[in-house]
Design a protein around this ligand. Structure first.
Ligand code: ATP
Length: 340
């Protein structure tokens, strides 16, 4: 088995998940004896693992100081609090993953970015449309129209004339991919064409996990990982070639803690689906979690959520409480809302 196969092997990725090594960067930073102790792998397997992890890290060159100075951001969310957390927004030239449980607001973020990208650069956009690829549900067209109608409220930083002059719905290109083959065709043909014509500067895939989960059984891990790498490498090429941010929405899986005993139930937490094979391909990993509590603003109320940075080359591990309002996702600051 070669290094990459070892890193992608389900037993190895499960062992690494168990010990809370969530990314290849974590593997590279851990010492060999620690890895051996934590995963139960032999010394030679651990050495191979470190080599594979280091190679995977090199595939994501770090963000340079010059890029940071001139702004790594590509598309802002349009909420100053969240844009501060993300140091400007979604970066170009890599894949940003947003994972979270159902109903936490991942699709809201995808829709919001599909509108934000249409603003000119001075207002945090890229002056072009978005390609929105749905793999699970039908596209939430009513919600998109509501978000468009509420743009003046969300983007109070932008002159209302400019907001009203943008024909948002003409520039959100929707594709449905019911299986992996059509997803690949959509990216290699449709996405490439739209990007090459300058019509699109954002790709949203909602969601990545659905198709890979549906088409492969546990035994097909090698084929599944091969297809996963083909998919992510297509996204990387498009993202690099056209300086385009890519947002991949992902589901989560339960991870059961080892520390349970016969006296009580085992505790579980969630982690993004598709394991290390996918985590290696992601430059920025964000998680949306549901919190206890409700936020009230006027006659609207929203369940409290938290947007967290799990890893990113240019961001600290941090998080921000958020709420979903009619105009979209916004950060919650303690002095702006009442919590219950
Ligand atoms: N018009 C609206 N006004 C306020 N909140 C809304 C509105 N529409 C949706 N929401 C909130 O967003 C939540 C759904 O968000 P979304 O569909 O983005 O979740 P998701 O994480 O993508 O879920 P799934 O994985 O099931 O697709 C709803 O539960 C609701 O709280």
């Amino acid at each position: 088995m070669n290094c990459d196969q070892l890193l992608l092997h389900p037993r190895v990725s499960a062992a690494l998940r168990r010990v809370q090594l969530k990314s290849v960067q974590d593997v590279v930073c851990a010492s060999a004896p620690d890895l051996q102790r934590l995963t139960g792998l032999s010394n030679s397997d651990v050495q191979q693992l470190i080599t594979a992890a280091a190679a995977a890290c090199r595939r994501h060159p770090p963000i340079t100081a010059q890029q940071l100075q001139h702004g790594v951001s590509g598309v802002r969310l349009g909420c100053p609090v969240l844009d501060r957390l993300l140091r400007g927004g979604l970066p170009v030239g890599g894949i940003t993953e947003l994972a979270g449980e159902s109903g936490t607001g991942k699709t809201q973020v995808g829709l919001q970015l599909s509108l934000s990208v249409q603003y000119p650069a001075e207002h945090g956009g890229l002056g072009a449309g978005a390609l929105y690829v749905c793999t699970e549900d039908s596209f939430p067209i009513k919600r998109l129209h509501q978000l468009i109608g509420e743009q003046v409220c969300l983007r109070s930083d932008v002159p209302a004339d400019l907001v009203n002059s943008l024909r948002f719905s003409d520039h959100v290109y929707i594709e449905h991919a019911a299986d992996l083959d059509s997803l690949q065709v959509c990216l290699t043909r449709r996405a490439r064409l739209l990007l090459a014509r300058g019509l699109v500067r954002l790709i949203v895939v909602d969601s990545v996990a659905a198709l890979f989960r549906a088409e492969f059984q546990a035994d097909d891990w090698l084929e599944r990982n091969r297809r996963l790498l083909t998919f992510s490498s297509t996204l990387h090429h498009l993202s690099q070639e056209f300086s385009t941010p890519v947002l991949c929405i992902n589901q989560v899986t339960d991870v059961f803690s080892q520390s349970h005993n016969s006296m009580g139930p085992s505790s579980s937490t969630v982690s993004p689906a598709l394991g290390l094979a996918w985590a290696n391909q992601v430059m920025v990993r964000l998680m949306m979690r549901r919190l206890q509590g409700t936020v009230i603003r006027g006659e609207q109320s929203s369940a409290l959520r938290r947007l967290e940075v799990v890893f990113a080359p240019h961001l600290a591990r941090d998080g921000q409480d958020t709420a979903v309002w009619r105009e979209g996702l916004r950060g919650v600051e303690s002095w702006t809302s009442n919590r219950k």
